[in-house]
Design a protein around this ligand. Structure first.
Ligand code: ATP
Ligand code: MG
Length: 574
């Protein structure tokens, strides 16, 4: 391939909206071109990268016996109603919906559990036909609240999504482990530093799930992990040993105190000496949305700990939660923000509490009266007994739930996610097969996703420098470039052409840079584009000498044309 024939347009400047290296460099290298927020054109070099990654994904999934299919993007509402997910996805605003000319509601697939379940249900009638695992690599559509970071969080993006169908739970466990192993091989082949973490199952639902995280400072996810036990979890899901708090002692009579303008935990600590945050229970009011109703709910948390909204949504099986507004708090409790509490809370407001408050005595709490707080409050005695749930956000430094050693924290980019769905969708949609006894039985399902456009961007986050991209060999647009510094000179053209042919014959994915540009610009452009190995044929071509560059670490050397092939293969690890 000649670069002069490939549409490449590198930019001089970073795009104004690029906040992270992969976005900045992919845009500057002309790899991606934005057409709307979160919607990009993949330029020829980017498409080569995506195709290479997709090929690795295909090879590893095919090795596990998965079948590649292509499902429709445009889907009817009825399908989503049959699984019970239409409302949640529409309510979240994540789904692109449209009407056809007859006025029927349709959507653009944000994920394909429904379509795949309907498809397999129509094809598979007997346990004898299983296990079945089908996948596709296709555009997904999600109207993300904050599309950003280029390919990381797009509104149209490429995903590999796979779905396994088994006759029973042990079958699902086997399918899940096979996919887990395939995922590990995929990310290893790309040379990525990744970790597998316990994850929240989110709107997809199901029994257990793990995420594959590429460790990078720009990652949107926060991971807690323990080197000793190997425990690792997304902070949305993570637990820890409960940090100690001062004991409350024997129950004492409740006291009400005027606390004008004292609203926050920190202000209360200053106002009541000796009452540390761990002896308080803060009460946070949430606006909770379910499919058929909305309510203000009071959530109590030990004063030194934080509420985890993902756990809250799951524990009340809601569509969404958000903090109540000042007006909503006043209407629900009668008091201004900062004074909510379990004491005197109207019966209409459900009261929940984190497990950290179970059996705690003599708490400092709000009492729903502006300007007042209560001391020595005992739950169940001075107020209703709340319903206890695990609602706490685990934090770094707290004890690992397995080893007790302090948890460490890192940021990660979610590149893959595997779920044990069980019978959630098959039951809802009435998707069954005949079991050995001839009885209709719901399929036991798993689902598995990989960000096919996000992963190459994540790879860039782990591999770049001041001057540009540094592609890992496995997904580089070309493994090697042979560049003539002056394509008008015959001896350069001849030597470069010879080296190109030799490398191609040796199985190297090589391109020939025959573009007309100054030598300085050509060096810079190739540095930015980030081909792993770069060979420059310049003035010394007449003597058969070339410049050799290993992009990672910018290791430059001079070498004889005859040595190029061996050096390229060595640099590529062959
Ligand atoms: P996130 O938490 O990042 O929003 P998700 O959990 O909603 O992702 P899944 O439904 O698990 O995503 O999708 C499978 C994979 O698709 C993810 O692991 C991720 O790699 C990729 N992905 C999800 N959303 C996007 C997006 N908006 N842009 C690019 N890739 C995405
Ligand atoms: Mg996910």
């Amino acid at each position: 391939m000649r670069l002069s024939q490939i549409l490449i347009s590198t930019l001089r400047d970073d795009p104004a909206d690029a906040e992270i290296p992969s976005h900045r460099l992919l845009a500057r290298g002309g790899y991606i071109v934005k057409i709307a927020a979160g919607v990009y054109t993949f330029a020829p070099l980017m498409w080569r990268v995506v195709k290479k990654f997709a090929q690795i994904v295909r090879e590893e999934l095919d090795r596990e016996g998965a079948n590649e299919v292509m499902l429709p993007i445009v889907q009817p509402k009825e399908l989503w109603v049959s699984s019970g997910r239409w409302d949640r996805y529409v309510n979240d605003g994540i789904m692109f919906t449209l009407k056809d000319r007859k006025g029927s509601d349709m959507c653009l697939g944000p994920t394909h559990e429904e379509v795949m379940t309907a498809y397999v249900n129509a094809q598979v009638n007997s346990y004898k036909q299983m296990p079945v695992n089908c996948y596709q690599i296709q555009d997904k559509f999600r109207d993300e609240i904050r599309p950003r970071f280029g390919l990381m969080r797009g509104r149209e993006f490429i995903m590999m999504d796979a779905y396994s169908f088994d006759a029973d739970v042990p079958g699902l466990d086997v399918a899940y482990q096979k996919m887990r192993a395939a995922y590990c091989r995929i990310f290893e082949r790309c040379g990525l530093a990744y970790t597998v973490v316990q994850a929240d199952s989110g709107a997809i639902g199901g029994a257990g799930s793990e995420e594959f995280m590429v460790i990078a400072d720009s990652g949107e996810d926060s991971i807690l992990f323990c080197r000793e036990s190997g425990y690792a979890a997304n902070v949305e899901k993570a637990t820890s040993k409960l940090p100690d708090a001062p004991p409350g002692g024997e129950p004492k009579p409740m006291e009400k105190h005027a606390t004008p303008d004292v609203k926050t935990v920190a202000q209360l600590e200053a106002f009541f000496p000796g009452w540390q945050a761990g002896r308080m229970a803060k009460t946070v009011l949430y606006h909770v949305t379910w499919k058929d109703k909305q309510k203000i709910v009071a959530v109590m948390m030990r004063g030194d700990l934080e509420i985890n909204e993902v756990k809250l949504v799951n524990s009340v099986d809601a569509l969404a939660v958000r903090l109540a507004t000042d007006e909503e708090i006043k209407a629900a409790t009668g008091a201004d923000t900062g004074f909510a509490g379990p004491v005197g809370l109207p019966e209409t407001v459900p009261l929940m509490a984190d497990e950290s408050l179970r059996d705690r005595t003599n708490l400092l709490v709000g009492c729903n009266q502006t300007g007042y707080h209560c001391l020595n409050v005992n739950l169940g005695r001075d107020c209703r007994m709340p319903s206890f749930k695990e609602l706490r956000t685990a934090r770094k430094g707290e004890g690992c739930p397995v080893s007790g050693k302090p948890l460490e924290q890192a940021r990660g980019i979610e590149v893959g996610h595997i779920f044990k769905l069980g019978t959630k969708y098959s039951k809802a949609m009435g998707a069954t097969f005949m079991d050995q006894g001839g009885k209709p039985t719901p399929f036991v399902m798993g689902c598995y996703g990989i960000g096919v456009s996000r992963t190459p961007a994540a790879a860039v986050e782990q591999s770049f420098d001041d001057t540009g991209l540094v592609w890992p060999g496995a997904i580089a647009p070309f493994e090697c470039v042979v560049a003539m510094l002056d394509p008008a000179r015959d001896e350069q053209k001849a030597l470069a052409g010879k080296l190109y042919d030799e490398l191609k014959a040796a199985g190297v994915d090589v391109c020939l840079d025959d573009r007309a540009m100054s030598p300085g610009a050509k060096f810079k452009d190739n540095e930015l584009l980030g081909f792993p190995v770069q060979v420059f044929v310049g003035r010394k071509a007449a003597e058969g000498q070339v410049e050799f560059l290993v992009r990672k670490g910018m290791q430059k050397s001079e070498c004889a044309g005859g040595d190029v092939k061996a050096k390229v293969l060595a640099a590529l690890g062959r």
